[in-house]
Design a protein around this ligand. Sequence first.
Ligand code: IVH
Length: 683
Amino acid sequence: MTEDIKKRIFFLVKEIRRHQDLYYKKTQPEISDSEYDALFDELLELEKKYPELASSDSPTRRVGSDLDNEFPEVPHEVPMLSLDKVYRDDQLMEWIDKVGKGLFNDLSFVIEEKVDGSTIVLHYEDGILKRAVTRGNGLVGNDITENVRTIRDIPLRLAEPVTSVFRGEIYLNLSDFEALNKEVDNIYANPRNFAAGSLRRKKSSEVSKIPLRSFVYEGFFGDETMIEHLVVLHRLSQLGFHVGNDIGFFSSSTDNRYESIFQAHSEWVKGSFNDIGDYIHKKLSEREKLDYEIDGLVVKVGEYAERDRLGYTSHHPRWAMAYKFEAPQAISDILNIEVQVGRTGRITPVARIKPVRISGTTVSNVTLHNQDYITSLDVAVGDKVAVSRRGDVIPAVEEVLEKNSLGNKAFLLPDICPVCKSTLVQEGAHHFCTNRDCPARIYGRLSFFVARGQMDIENLGGETIRQLIDLGYVKDIPDIYYFNPDNLLGHEGFAEKKVALIKEGIEQSKKRPYSSVLSSLGFDEIGPRVVEILIDEGYTSIDMLLEAASKKDSEVFTRIQGIGPKIARRIIDQLNDRDNRELIHRLKEAGLNFSEEVSKKEIELAQTFSGEIWCVTGTFEHFKPRERAMDEVKRCGGRVTSSVTSKTTHLLVGKNPGSKEAKARQFGTNIVYEEEFLKRLEE
Ligand code: IVH
C-alpha cells in the first residue's frame, strides 16, 4: 500500500516539476491550468495524509503554510561584512590601480549589478535547500527558511547534489511593487522595504503570494576548479540559480579562456581594464530601463587567490568595491529644525522639510548631525535646499540653494537640553545631555534595550515602554524586571491577555545570552561587534570584564585586535561608572545572564589546534558536509583556508581528494586522514 502511495507521490512530484518547467521556463504548457491544479491538489492531499512521505523539496513546499513562523537566530559561519564604496570614476580607478600593484600574475575584475533588496544566505546540503538566513547584524541572522522556500526562482533542489553556502539578494520588481503597494495605500517607501517586510511575514502562505525574486552573487565551493569568480557565477547558473543578467568581465590578459562561458551567457560582456569606464557609464545610462532598482555596481577581484591575499578589514573585503550611482537629489524647503536627545545623551538636530520623493522614498526628516555640519552648510529655517539619499538610506542636506527671505540666521543648537533643561556639554563635534535621568535618555535606553536585535522582548515594544514610563512603573532598565505587571490591569490598553503576554516576554528575555544582554545595555561603543571580540578574547563574564576595567589601564584592552584607544577608554569609563555598576548589579539579581556558558574543557579545546592552518579536501564519513570538519578545526582553535598555500600546516584528506593533495605534498604540508583526525579530536 505505502509502496503504491510512495510511487504515486514520486510520479506527481516529477510530473509537476516537468509542467512547471514547461510553463515558467519554456512558456509552452502541455496541460491546462485546471489539469495542473488537479495534480497539485492530489499531491497536497497525499502529503497531508502521509506527511512522512513528503520530501523537503516537494513543489508543494512553495505554497507556504498558515502556521505562524518563528525566526530563530542563527550565527553566520562567516561574518557578513559590508562593501566599501566610491561615488566617482577616478576613485574607482584609483582602487583598481591599487589592487593591481605589485602583482605579477594576470588579474581580472568582475562587475555585477548591486541590486537593492534584502541579503540572503542560502545553505544547501546534497543539493537540497536546508536553511535560509537573513543578514541580521552581520554576525547573527534570522532563519527564514520557510518563507524563502516560497520564492519561485530559488531552487529547492539544485541541479547537482552540492553542499555549499550561497549569498544573494531578494528583491521585488518595480512593476510588481507598484501594483502591490497600491493595494496597501502605498505605505511602503520603496521595493526594498516591501521585500524586506514580506520576508518577515509570519505566515509563509502570505509570502508565497508576493512575487519576490532572487539574484545570487557568491558561492562558497572550496573546490579546486572554482578559483575564479566568473567560473563560480557560471556554475551558480548551472546549478539553477538566477545570477545577474549583466555581468562584466575585465581582464589584464587577452587569452580566450572563457569562450564557452561567454557562449552560454550571451548578455555577459568582456573587455580589458581600459573598457571599465565605458562599461560603467553604459550601465548608469541604462539603469532607468531596468524593472528593478540597482543602487550601483559591485566591482570584484576575479581570482580567489588574490582575494585571499587582499583579505578583509573588520568592515569590508578589500577585494570588492561598490560603485554607487550618483546619489539622487531633490529640492525642498526647511520648515523647521528640531533637536532630539538620544539614549547616550547625544543631541541631534533634525530638519523637518517639505516632503519630497527621492528615488522612491518620501523624505520629510533629514538629520543635520551636529553644529559643525549646520555651520558648514550655513543652513537656516526657511532655506531652499538640495536633499540627497547618499549611502542608501540616510537622507542628507547637500547644499543650500536659496537663502530664506525672513532673515533667519544659520541654526544654533541650544545651550540646554530641550527635554530636561540641564546644560549641554560638548565632546568632539557633538553636544551631549549628561543627565542620566533625562526622560528622553531614559526612554531611549529602555526602548533600545527591549528592541528587536537587542533583548528583543516580545510584546514590550517602544510604545508600551512609553506607557510604562508615563504611568511611573519603570524609570530605568532593571525596573522592567522588578515592577509587577499585574498593576497594569485596569489601565487603558492593558487587558489580561496583554499583561500575560508582557510577563511571558519578560520571563523569556531572562534566557537571552550574555552577549545580547551586554550589548543591549546600550553602553557607548560596546555594541555586538565589540562584545563578540571581548568574549572571544576570554572575557566570558561581566565580572571578568568589570575586574579588567577596574585596573583603569587602556592597554589591557588595546592589546586586543579590533579595539582601539577610543573604545578602550569608553569601556573603562562606563564600566567604572557607579550608576552603570548598580544597573548591572540589579539586572544580575533579577536573573539575567551575565556570563557565557563555556566550560573549562571548551577553553582548553580552543587551544589544541592553535597556530595551525588547515585546509580540507575530499568527502568524509563522519563529517557531512565537510564544513563540519572545518567547524571542528575552528572549535579547537585552528584556522581554515580554502586553498593550500605554503602557509598551510595541515591538509585533511577524505575520499576522492582533489589536486590539493599534490599541492600539499609539494609544500611539505602535514597530510592527515580522517581516522587520525578523529583520534586527535578525541584526545
Ligand atoms: S558582494 C562581503 N555583490 O550589497 C560582501 N553584494 O554592502 C560581499 N549586494 O546587502 C557582498 N548586490 O547583499 C555583493 N552583486 C553583489 C550585490 C551585493 C547587492 C548587497 C549585499 C549587501 C550589500 C553589501
